[in-house]
Design a protein around this ligand. Sequence first.
Ligand code: PGA
Length: 260
Amino acid sequence: MGRDRVMGAERTPLIAGNWKMYKTEAQSEGYIQALLPRVSSVSGVDIAVCVPYTDLRAMVDSARGSRVEVYAQNMHHEPQGAFTGEISALMLSELDVAGVVLGHSERRQLFGETDKALALKVPAALEAGIAPILCVGESEEERDEGETERKLRHQIGEDLAGVRDERLAEVTIAYEPIWAIGTGRVATPEQAQEAIAFVRALVGGRSPAAAEQVRILYGGSVKPDNAAELLELPDVDGALVGGASLEAESFAAIVAAAQS
Ligand code: PGA
């Protein structure tokens, strides 16, 4: 598997499906019934589906006792307050939601999500017992201008500023180059490994122990036919999957690739 580190850190891969704004509650039910038997014999891989708020309760109920954990796709950092249209970590944890995607590039680009807000959201999720997946990544223009590392340094520095070193390893980071999201244009294994090793080194700048333990996923046009070569990279600890997570069969195939 190529996951053995010099220090012997063993990181369980995570395959997380990001549904975005797809599937009503009724549609989610058919999906989970199709997914569960396909992943019931999988071992050594954590599985999550990140679903719209309106699907959370039904999905948590249907997935209970299975290997599949249910995540939300955003949350507010305050437990409650006058924040019309927002959902808090407290509300998610009462539903037994296991985790939350934070800082997805669509939220940053289309809904004005800021690094300042993420610096509050990531620790708030940890505090509430909700596992955060923090998304980072550069645009095509930033990559072309040689700005990838500067962007990643900025995002990791700002977004994790409120997390104590002892808890850094509890955050999952997803490296998602924006030019690879929903485009079918997957990063090459070299690009993915290089960026993810850089992110790990950034975490290592704060805590070498956390760098060994922290899970870093690749995201951006992961499909059943390219998953294996990405997942075998030494620093890649799983995938955040958009389009290919919408069908139970293709999502299960990516989970299987993480196991082999
Ligand atoms: P994609 O999306 O797999 O459809 O490229 C990834 C993501 O947005 O997390």
